[in-house]
Design a protein around this ligand. Sequence first.
Ligand code: SF4
Ligand SMILES: [Zn+2]
Ligand SMILES: [Zn+2]
Length: 306
Amino acid sequence: MKCSRCKEPAFVKIKRHNASFCESCFELFFSRQVEGAIKRYQMFGKEEKILLGASGGKDSMALWHYLQHAGYTVQAIHFDLGIGEHSSISRQIVEEFAQAHCFSLLVISVKDLLGGTIPELAKKARHRSTCSFCGLVKRYLLNRFAFEKGFTVYATGHNLDDEAATLLGNVLHWQTGYLTHQSPSLPSPHPKMLRKVKPFYTLTEEEIRIYVKLKNLPFVEDRCPLSHRAKSLDYKEVLQLLEEKSPGTKHAFLFGFLEKAKPLFPAENIVLQECQICGMPTTQTTCSFCKIMQKVRAKEENSCTS
Ligand code: SF4
Ligand SMILES: [Zn+2]
Ligand SMILES: [Zn+2]
C-alpha cells in the first residue's frame, strides 16, 4: 500500500477519503482537517487565549497536544469530580502530561470547592440523576471560572462520530430545540458565558485514535463508571454499520445537516438575566446552580442539627 500523496509506503488507509497515508502525510491530512474547521467557523486565532476542557480522554488529549504544537495559546482545565478511581486516574494522567510538556493546566477539585464529591453532593441535592447534576455543576463552574479569568472561547474534543450520533438522536426524537444548537461553533448567549467550539468535528474517532497512537499520547481508556450505557453509543454503532457499507455516510449525514437543514431551525430568542445570588446568567431569578446548592446546604444543616 502506497501513500496517495507522496507514494512512499503508507501505514494507514482512510476509506471515507479513499486515501492511504504515510506518517507525515497523515499528519498533514489531520492538520488540514483541524485548520479547515477552525477557519470555516472562525473558531479562534493564534493570539486568542483558548480554554480547553481536558478530561483525560483521547479526544481532549489529542486536541490539547495538537493546538499546543500548532502554536495556539491554550489553558487546559480539568475537573476532578471525585468519582472514585476514575477521577484520580484521569487527574493523574492530565497532570503528568501537562508537566512533561510544560503545558498550562488548572485543576478544579469539586470536593475542595464545594465541600463534597459529585456523587456526595448529588445525593444531598436529591437530584434526578447524578449525570445531570454533574453536567449542571461543570457547566456552571466552567462559565464562572472563564468569566473571572477573562476567557471567551472554550474548545472541546468532540469528533465527527460524536456529532453524527447526537444528530441522529435529535432527529429520531425531533428535538428541534437541540437541532437549533447543534453546531461546531456556538456563539456566546451572554457576556458571562463562553463561546463553544469543536475543532475536531470533521475527524472521526478512528482518525483521532491514529493521531494519539502516532504521538504516543497517554489517555484514560475507561469511561466514567456512572455513565450507564448511553443511548449515544447505540447511535454510534448504527452509524458505524452504515459507514462500513458505504464509507462517508457519517460525514454526509452531519455535513448535509449543517449545510442544508440547520437553517430551517433558527435560534430561539432566550432572554437571560443575572442570578440574584451569584450574578451568573439565568432564565430565572435564581440560577439552577444556586438553587441546587441551597438544597445541599439545607440538607447539611439538617443533618448537623438532627
Ligand atoms: S458520565 Fe455522568 S457523572 Fe460521569 S463525568 Fe459524565 S456527566 Fe459526570
Ligand atoms: Zn506520504
Ligand atoms: Zn446563581
